[in-house]
Design a protein around this ligand. Structure first.
Ligand SMILES: [Zn+2]
Length: 173
């Protein structure tokens, strides 16, 4: 079928199916008091959650209140540098701007002392050996590169401890 609406020079040309454009998005993020305290402590390689006075759950990163009980969380709790993998995902899909070599593993890690897992990368172990209950530890950037961001942790790696018992993380699995 000939599209007679096209100029002569475009007839029979390969139809355009996609175009690539460059987008840039700049924004300012205001984390609020609780998250600011947390991020500032990250600059000292400390991971500090907050405990709810009602349900006693320890949140990390803290948001300043318990979403279940609606009360402020002000009691600070220093968390471990190690944690337990409660869930994970093997990523096999490459995408633009992603510098990771695939496959790689993203995991939910319940830090020691916390009741809520954080999401981070798992490295220094073959992807097919990652499993629930695996004990991992934080690997930090060099001291002079650490800033108020969880990206100051490069990734988590196995810490050599035996697997955590399922009971210890079942609420987040
Ligand atoms: Zn609570």
């Amino acid at each position: 079928m000939t599209d007679i609406s096209l100029p002569e020079r475009l007839r029979g040309a390969e139809p355009v199916r996609s175009i690539r454009t460059f987008a840039r998005l700049e924004y300012a993020y205001t984390p609020g008091r609780a998250a600011s305290r947390f991020l500032n402590q990250v600059t000292n390689k400390r991971l500090v959650g907050q405990r709810c006075p009602v349900c006693e759950k320890v949140y990390v990163p803290p948001r300043g209140s318990c979403p279940t009980d609606g009360v402020p969380t002000e009691d600070e709790v220093e968390l471990g540098q190690s944690g337990t993998i409660v869930s994970f995902c093997v990523v096999n899909v490459p995408f633009m701007a992603n510098l990771m070599e695939i496959p790689y593993v993203g995991a939910l890690i319940q830090l020691d002392g916390a009741d809520i897992p954080i999401m981070h990368l798992i490295q220094e172990v073959p992807y097919d050996q990652v499993h629930m209950g695996m004990r991992v530890e934080a690997v930090w950037l060099p001291d002079d590169e650490i800033g108020p961001t969880l990206e100051s942790i490069v990734h988590f790696r196995p810490n050599g401890e035996p697997d955590a018992p399922y009971e210890s993380y079942k609420d987040n699995a």
